[in-house]
Ligand binder design. Structure first.
Ligand code: FES
Length: 127
């Protein structure tokens, strides 16, 4: 049976999304339309670094690119972090993913003037 997801809240935006226990915070955010800065996605480049304000996470790799002091201060790498409770993250660089542009409806240009007619069943209104 699947475990219920945890709630992730981003500050200062106040945005929230759900993260399954086996899902990284980065991928859970992307699935919810929220983009955290990222690059390598494997815990080495530190582009995604964010600060945990409350809750518990687990890094799914043994040696994420963080010092012991950074871990104690609550810094995490969302690309390899999984929620273990509801959490709040300080992530001011997070952005919402803008929906794809609306499809363009192609239309033939309308010729100027009245439309030519050569059919008897055309409707004509005369005054
Ligand atoms: S994206 Fe590189 S460490 Fe997270």
């Amino acid at each position: 049976m699947d475990e219920p997801p945890f709630r992730v809240t981003l500050q200062p935006q106040g945005w929230t999304f759900e993260a399954a226990p086996d899902q990284t915070l980065l991928l859970a955010g992307l699935a919810a339309g929220i983009r955290l800065p990222h690059s390598c996605r494997n815990g080495t480049c530190r582009t995604c670094i964010a600060q945990l304000q409350s809750g518990t996470i687990h890094h799914r790799i043994e040696w994420p690119g963080l010092s012991a002091e950074e871990k104690l201060a609550g810094w995490i790498l969302p690309c390899v972090a999984q929620a273990r409770s509801d959490i709040t993250l300080q992530a001011p660089a997070a952005t919402q993913i803008v929906n794809a542009p609306r499809p363009v409806v192609l239309q033939a240009p309308i010729p100027p003037g009245p439309m030519p007619t050569d059919r008897d069943d055309d409707v004509r209104i005369s005054t």
